[in-house]
Write a protein that binds this ligand. Structure first.
Ligand SMILES: Nc1nc2c(ncn2[C@@H]2O[C@H](COP(=O)(O)OP(=O)(O)OP(=O)(O)O)[C@@H](O)[C@H]2O)c(=O)[nH]1
Length: 299
């Protein structure tokens, strides 16, 4: 008789912007499906990463970092996180464990304290913690959610990840394999391709520019030799368009060539990438444009 049942279920990855949610997701699924950057608020859309083990299947839901909203796009992101918490089996609240808890972590912990969903507290970035700081930092997080188990780890070095994975699995109920074992994400390749372009814009441009950008893959043509991808970069102002294009088109060229290399890894084949830049004034405040660009309230 098999004493340990197969477990499965949904885990929400929540946390302030920049705590390493996307980095952890990529580490756990073993492939780059979520884009990352040193700039906060890179992730905008919910993305599922699927981890299938002999003992069970975890469906990890990456979310945009939670912060107090400043515009309509920000409000949609926070509301979606609240809806998500009610629909998952367990919440992994991620924090930057290299620094003591801040007001942003308190804001999220308060929201979670009123929910019934169990919470695990993941202390990321342990590779940056000096021995003498560890205890003080840990205590500051434990005070936010006294009942939550604390799991220190690093999404870059992998330390502590086996324990984290085992605890997450234990928190899930017995259940079926929801997705085929070889599947690592629920998002279509087109979405990940658009994200790979946005990631380069985060790496290569500054201040408000990456936050004012949306990317839409408009057409994909697959031939036996090469995959041709045509994508639009949408910005809010002509000045942002000028930055994205750069002097003699140099910036757009660099964005394109770096994104193309990432896309080639994703599809394991040669890619031709053509980028256009479009101005849509105030797309972040305009419901119709938000919807056209794929941002909507999730149920
Ligand atoms: N040293 C170190 N850096 C990390 C670790 N995990 C993530 N980072 C870095 O932290 C930055 C933010 O990581 P992301 O994974 O993009 O963070 P996120 O929480 O998804 O961010 P948002 O999309 O803004 O919500 C990146 O520069 C990562 O390389 C870690 O364990 N150690």
């Amino acid at each position: 008789m098999n004493a340990t049942p197969f477990r499965s279920g949904f885990v929400a990855l929540l946390g302030r912007p920049n705590v390493g949610k996307s980095t952890l997701l990529n580490y756990l699924v073993g492939q780059k499906i979520a884009i990352t950057s040193p700039t906060a608020q890179t992730t905008r859309q919910r993305l599922r990463g699927i981890v299938t083990l002999p003992e069970g299947q975890m469906i990890l839901v990456d979310t945009p970092g939670i912060h107090k909203p400043h515009h309509r796009l920000g409000e949609i992101l926070v509301k979606n996180a609240q809806t998500l918490v009610r629909s998952v089996d367990v919440v992994l609240l991620l924090v930057d464990g290299s620094q003591p808890a801040g007001t942003g972590d308190g804001f999220i912990a308060q929201g979670l304290a009123t929910q019934k969903t169990p919470v695990l507290l993941g202390l990321n970035k342990q590779d940056l913690v000096a021995d003498e700081q560890g205890e003080r930092i840990t205590a500051s997080y434990q005070a936010l959610l006294p009942a939550a188990p604390l799991l220190p780890f690093s999404a870059v070095t992998g330390q502590g990840i086996p324990e984290l994975q085992a605890q997450l699995l234990q928190a899930l109920p017995p259940g079926p394999c929801y997705y085929p074992p070889e599947m690592v994400t629920d998002q279509p390749e087109r979405f990940i391709m658009a994200e790979l372009i946005r990631e380069q814009i985060f790496h290569l441009t500054r201040e408000e520019v990456p936050h004012a950008v949306a990317v839409v893959v408009e057409r994909v043509e697959e031939t036996p030799k090469i995959t041709r991808i045509f994508a639009a970069i949408v910005v809010e102002r002509p000045s942002q368009k000028a930055i994205i294009i750069g002097n003699q088109g140099q910036m757009l060229k660099t964005i394109g060539s770096q994104a193309r290399q990432e896309m080639q890894k994703l599809i394991s084949g040669p890619v031709y990438l053509q980028l256009f830049v479009k101005v849509e004034p105030k797309w972040r405040q305009t419901p119709r444009l938000l919807q056209d660009l794929g941002y909507r309230l999730e149920s």
